[in-house]
Design a protein around this ligand. Sequence first.
Ligand SMILES: *Cc1c(COP(=O)(O)O)cnc(C)c1O
Length: 219
Amino acid sequence: MSIAQNIHEIKKRLPSEVKLVAVSKFHPIEAIEEAVAAGQMVFGENRPQEFEKKALSLEGRGIEWHFIGHLQTNKLKMVLPYASLVQSVDSLHLLEAVNEWGARNGKVINVLLEMHVAAEATKQGFYDEEVLDILFRAESYKNIRFCGLMGMATNTDEQDDIRADFGRIKAFMDYLRDLFPELTDFKELSIGMSGDWPVAVEFGATIVRIGTAIFGERA
Ligand SMILES: *Cc1c(COP(=O)(O)O)cnc(C)c1O
């Protein structure tokens, strides 16, 4: 199937209030243009250099760019000028650097806190207590807008494990929204990729990040 057909198939099944981020990492500009022609306007990239290059070469096309990868503090200037949402803030060190960059550049940066939900030891992200510590001090981050949580389920075919991961992050999201009603922007739950997005939608995803099911396998 073509990129356009893949997008249409996903959109048919995706509730209209859930935002589809087309993850275009490793795919060429032409693939993004094909998706744009099919009406897809939100894209995610995970490597700073590639993100900046694509954002610059497609400037003026009205694309909404999300950064979804590990971000080192020396690469902020490749990402923050173009990102509508940084989904992958995964350490206090990074959060503080983003806040300082925002202060220096007169911008408020939209971020999701990436949570450690999967069983794999390698997955980046915060634990519950760390997120709580940050949100209790949310006001001190003047140049950060806390928009919600991002998480990746365990990489497995075991539906029960995926459901357990999504169930935990969804429950924590609901808990945080109750605890911090003053954080009115804190409402996005970015869970779900090509292999598990329908399950993520069942668990209240407001954003899904889909690469392979749109663009095919990455080189
Ligand atoms: C690559 C990537 C995706 C998309 O993965 P697919 O399985 O190709 O849909 C989603 N989220 C993050 C954080 C990624 O790095």
